[in-house]
Design a protein around this ligand. Structure first.
Ligand code: MN
Length: 226
């Protein structure tokens, strides 16, 4: 019994199934593609670092969402999303992929102007990254059907125009290393999602835009901004 109604369980659709994947926490890698690191003016040799979004920031599948408040520089970030099916701490890179349940195409929406301000003032990124509807994710594809994609084209298109065009093989820290690093910082648990970073070409979105992130073999997710 609760004194107010319990919040709904955020969940992702699974391609070809009616049962959904319940989402527990959302972790994101800060920088993971060399060209994007260079376009943001940073050094490519740093170890991965992480930030989080609340689970109820999730936008599951294709959707029309309100244009986020408090920004005049909303950016798309096309990303491979990893869904954790088995938890663990201090996971070795060689065991890490056994903890993955599935993969999806996602979009780590970012209020770039608020992020730039936070960086310059040495403040947290939360309001730049963890706002309502900021974690877009397409249907999950189980490992049992797609395996562990180490290569594959990843794109973001805005109103049909190609903006980001990379390949999963360009990740500085592959999925297994990301899981190994992250599980040394927190105990991973079933239901956790990890956004694995974005290739170069991030850019601004406007009201009325349609943004589609697509990953070879994992389908697409389209978001319309009202
Ligand atoms: Mn990102």
């Amino acid at each position: 019994m609760y004194v107010i109604p319990a919040p709904a369980q955020p969940a992702l659709p699974v391609a070809g199934e009616t049962a959904q994947f319940p989402v527990r926490r959302i972790f994101c890698v800060g920088r993971n593609y060399a060209e994007h690191i260079r376009e943001m003016g940073n050094d490519t040799r740093e170890p991965p670092f992480f930030f989080t979004k609340p689970a109820d920031a999730l936008v599951a599948g294709d959707a029309r969402i309100p244009f986020p408040p408090a920004t005049s520089d909303l950016h798309h970030e096309a990303e491979l999303v990893v869904a954790i099916g088995r938890g663990g701490q201090d996971i070795a890179p060689g065991d890490a992929l056994d903890h993955v349940w599935g993969y999806a195409a996602g979009n780590d929406l970012t209020r770039r102007d608020l992020q730039a301000q936070a960086k310059s003032m040495r403040r947290p990124w939360d309001m730049a990254k963890a706002f309502d509807n900021s974690a877009i994710c397409g249907p999950l594809h189980p490992v049992s059907r797609v395996g562990h994609p180490a290569t594959g084209r990843i794109t973001a298109r805005v109103n049909g125009e190609l903006r980001q065009d990379g390949d999963l093989s360009e990740m500085i820290w592959p999925v297994a290393d990301v899981i190994a690093h992250l599980s040394g910082l927190v105990a991973l648990a079933p239901g956790d999602l990890i956004y694995t970073g974005t290739p170069a070409g991030v850019g601004a979105l406007s009201r009325g835009d349609r943004c589609t992130v697509e990953i070879e073999g994992l389908g697409a997710v389209t978001t319309e901004f009202a």
